[in-house]
Design a protein around this ligand. Structure first.
Ligand SMILES: *Cc1c(COP(=O)(O)O)cnc(C)c1O
Length: 353
């Protein structure tokens, strides 16, 4: 086995509970997003123990894995037309922006004799998924006619593609659409799903008047990081995940540019700085396991120099304790976590304390 990722379930439960506590003052339900950990069952259970109202994932295969848990499941990625049968089977609710897909979901629900719940997404400028506000009322009108679809709310997704932030103005725009839809169609639309981790900082503001009553939270529960700043958020722990990799070579090597260089295996030309003779270590972890730029060393005196598929090269001149066979520890950002949890080569070790 190569690298290991340690998953602290106690910290994950505490992180979840803290966020729920914070959001409860504004009557916002927290749904735990498990896509960053491949729908990991133990992480999902820690989120449930922490008090989430439901679980959400972008992949149906992950939801299928979580299906037997006694909690509502939400499909985050708008469904493929080709998978509507599975959507109604594994997800209680799905986010949608295409009328044709909702109509297909209706047919699939009809065939399986079930009711599928739908939240319609509006694009308020981030330019990832969502219909334009000008198309919303016409779509609602048509969705209302579908016998096996229950329209339970409206939502939006921000800070994902263009990095448009969930400001009060954006939320006021959403609110206006919700009010108009409720009045025009005599609908309850109980769910206003307008937040992900990037919305959490709003909860700390004094004069915050929430529009949403549902936030879908992944990153800040998992990594404790505020989005987009990457700083630690409130009292949420940054230590729920830790990656460990072993030193397989330790040698003094020259960093001078003595040879002709070309692009490496990843089409990059490495900028080389001559720092003289350095003590370098190679770790048994690489791009198949992690996103190298997303690692922060928890072991002192180390600089990450770069990575190939299976090797991470680090400078260890400022840490004389490191030996062949030493285990080096890292914190991960979201991209590195995704990669580590997806890699079959990274051993997942659970900890509860
Ligand atoms: C990934 C995702 C989330 C969760 O985002 P975080 O920043 O991890 O909290 C919420 N909603 C949708 C639609 C997503 O795809």
């Amino acid at each position: 086995m190569g690298a290991e990722i340690e998953i602290n379930l106690t910290l994950l439960q505490e992180n979840t509970a803290q966020i729920i506590d914070l959001a409860s003052k504004d009557k916002i339900d927290i749904w735990g997003v498990t896509k960053g950990v491949c729908g990991d069952l133990k992480v999902a259970e820690a989120m449930i123990d922490g008090g989430v109202s439901g679980l959400a994932d972008s992949r149906l295969s992950n939801l299928a894995q979580l299906n037997y848990l006694d909690i509502p499941l939400l499909l985050l990625r708008i469904p493929m037309l080709s998978e509507v049968d599975k959507v109604v089977k594994y997800a209680d609710i799905s986010l949608n922006s295409e009328l044709e897909v909702v109509q297909a979901l209706n047919k699939a629900a009809q065939e399986s004799n079930s009711i599928h719940q739908v939240i319609l997404l509006v694009d308020l400028g981030d330019r990832r998924e969502g219909m334009l506000p000008s198309d919303l009322m016409e779509t609602i009108h048509k969705v209302k006619q579908l016998g096996n679809i229950k329209l339970i709310g409206l939502g939006t997704n921000l800070a994902c593609f263009r990095g448009v932030l969930p400001t009060q103005e954006k939320m006021a725009e959403l609110n206006k659409l919700v009010q108009e839809a409720r009045e025009r169609f005599d609908l309850k639309l109980p769910i206003v799903s307008g937040g992900n981790s990037s919305s959490l900082p709003l909860l700390l503001k004094d004069n915050y008047s929430p529009v949403s009553n549902q936030f879908r939270i992944g990153e800040t529960i998992l990594l404790g990081r505020e989005v987009p700043s990457g700083e630690s958020f409130a009292n949420i722990s940054l230590d729920a995940f830790k990656l460990t990799a072993e030193v397989i070579e330790l040698k003094e090597k020259s960093t001078a540019i003595e040879d002709e260089v070309t692009e490496n295996a990843f089409d990059q030309i490495k900028e080389v700085v001559d720092k003289g003779i350095r003590k370098r270590a190679i770790l048994a972890v690489g791009r198949q396991d992690i996103y190298p730029q997303g690692l922060t060393s928890l072991t002192k005196g180390i600089t990450i120099e770069g990575a190939s598929s299976d090797h991470l090269i680090i400078d260890v001149i400022n840490n004389s304790d490191i030996k062949l066979g030493s285990k080096i520890e890292f914190r991960l950002n979201y991209a590195a976590l995704l990669q580590a949890m997806t890699s079959p080569y990274v051993k997942k070790v659970y900890r509860e304390d």
